[in-house]
Ligand binder design. Structure first.
Ligand SMILES: *[C@@H]1O[C@H](CO)[C@@H](O)[C@H](O)[C@H]1NC(C)=O
Ligand SMILES: *[C@@H]1O[C@H](CO)[C@@H](O)[C@H](O)[C@H]1NC(C)=O
Ligand SMILES: *[C@@H]1O[C@H](CO)[C@@H](O)[C@H](O)[C@H]1NC(C)=O
Ligand SMILES: *[C@@H]1O[C@H](CO)[C@@H](O)[C@H](O)[C@H]1NC(C)=O
Ligand SMILES: *[C@@H]1O[C@H](CO)[C@@H](O)[C@H](O)[C@H]1NC(C)=O
Ligand SMILES: [Zn+2]
Length: 359
């Protein structure tokens, strides 16, 4: 009787083991990961123009893509907090990077200045406007005086505390540092068009880096050189020409789409370079952005600003899949590391975007 029981238990185990995928949800599915960050690429604009963009279209056809509204930028729709989210896997409140003035030593300069001014307000009397009801929650909103100071009493230590939180006295850990803590030999390339990204790059943490200072063409040439001559396992690319065109001519303008076509050809050049160095079928490529925009600005909370693309192409990635689960920028770090067979960094708060894999 007990032998019979053991036999059936064994058969059941055999069936379960055979049914279980050997590579769960993309873990260790890629030898290389390339994260492409395209500044100011709103999903409403990209999704509207894929017929003009053969290389972006490959991601929709051969890979997985998020529909408009599924991938979102963090609050607020400006560059630094969102690139930090993509690079560190932490939202702005976690990284302390809340605006473009952030530097590793000083934190958010603008916010610190604001707090410093408020702490010096001569009139810090507690003045509360009448309570407002929002649904079943009652909130009291402190009014702002003429200096932009909230008329609440700040503890004397408040500005110092905020300074400490927003700077963390150091740079929040980028995904390549999290990766190297697990595999010190991992090769990393970071190429960027917006100089602010340099805060995440040092000769100790990155093997190849280049600041192309707004010249996207130069960025592409450099990264192709790094891919062909070196062999980075983790690469991060930041392109800026779409955002700078949007600020000049408007999001969704004719010029915006013209530059987007140019960026499509850059993507094509990268795919070609990966193919030529026999890395295309072993590379997970992820494309995303920091924010969209409306007219010549960004920073507001509407779909043109908040919706960003999330496109995936690579080994094991579902072909032609439209993603329907919510995707945040903080998920890109964990997903990159997972594909390389690494765990998310300890500070990362996003999770692996499992939906891009069949199992
Ligand atoms: C896309 O899929 C087609 C087959 O449908 C294949 O020939 C082509 O090489 C693929 N391209 C990429 C970049 O994956
Ligand atoms: C503080 O400012 C409020 C208006 O913001 C004013 O009504 C009040 O009289 C002021 N109090 C003092 C002590 O100056
Ligand atoms: C989408 O494209 C159409 C024409 O192809 C254009 O009229 C419309 O303004 C575009 N929408 C956006 C958000 O750019
Ligand atoms: C991708 O872009 C290149 C230009 O870099 C272009 O020659 C190629 O035809 C594009 N790919 C496809 C599939 O159309
Ligand atoms: C990738 O393509 C190369 C040829 O370009 C081939 O030799 C290799 O087996 C392929 N690897 C995978 C994992 O498909
Ligand atoms: Zn930006």
């Amino acid at each position: 009787m007990s032998y019979l029981f053991l036999f059936f238990a064994f058969v059941r185990l055999l069936i379960q083991t055979r049914g279980r995928p050997t590579v769960p949800y993309g873990f260790r599915s890629a030898k290389h990961v390339l994260v492409i960050g395209i500044d100011g690429l709103g999903a409403v604009y990209l999704n509207n123009a894929t017929h003009l963009l053969p290389n972006f279209s490959l991601f929709y056809k051969n890979g997985s893509a998020a529909l408009t509204g599924i991938a979102r930028s963090e609050m607020i729709a400006v560059s630094a907090p969102n690139w930090a989210a993509a690079i560190t896997g932490m939202s702005p409140s976690q990284s302390g990077i809340i605006d473009n003035s952030w530097t590793p030593s000083e934190g958010s300069k603008e916010r610190n200045e604001e707090m410093r001014k408020c702490s010096m307000c001569s009139n810090n009397s507690l003045e509360i406007t009448p309570s407002e009801s929002i649904g079943d929650v009652t909130v009291t909103v402190p009014s702002l005086n003429i200096n932009g100071c909230a008329t609440v009493t700040y503890e004397p230590s408040a500005p110092t505390e905020l300074h400490r939180i927003s700077s963390l006295a150091t740079t929040p850990e980028p995904m390549w540092v999290s990766a190297r803590k697990q595999n010190p030999l991992l090769k990393v390339a970071v190429v960027y068009s917006w100089a602010w990204i340099r805060h995440f790059v040092s000769s100790q943490t990155v093997d190849w880096s280049h600041n192309c200072k707004g010249n996207d063409k130069e960025c592409i040439e450099k990264l192709i050189e790094f891919i062909s001559e070196g062999s980075p396992q983790l690469s991060f690319l930041h392109l800026d020409s779409i955002d700078s065109t949007a600020h000049l001519h408007g999001f969704g303008s004719q010029q915006y789409y013209t530059v987007l076509k140019k960026v499509d050809s850059y993507i094509g050049q990268l795919l070609e370079a990966l193919q030529e160095s026999n890395k295309l079928n072993t590379t997970l490529i992820m494309i995303t952005s920091d924010h969209g925009g409306y007219r010549k600005y960004h920073g507001h909370f509407n779909e043109e600003n908040i919706f960003i693309p999330a496109l995936f192409l690579g080994p094991g990635v579902r072909r032609g899949a439209s993603l329907t689960n919510f995707i945040s920028l903080i998920d890109f770090g964990p997903t990159a590391l997972n594909a390389l067979g690494l765990k998310p960094g300890v500070h990362m708060r996003g999770h692996v975007i499992k939906e891009i894999y069949a199992h």
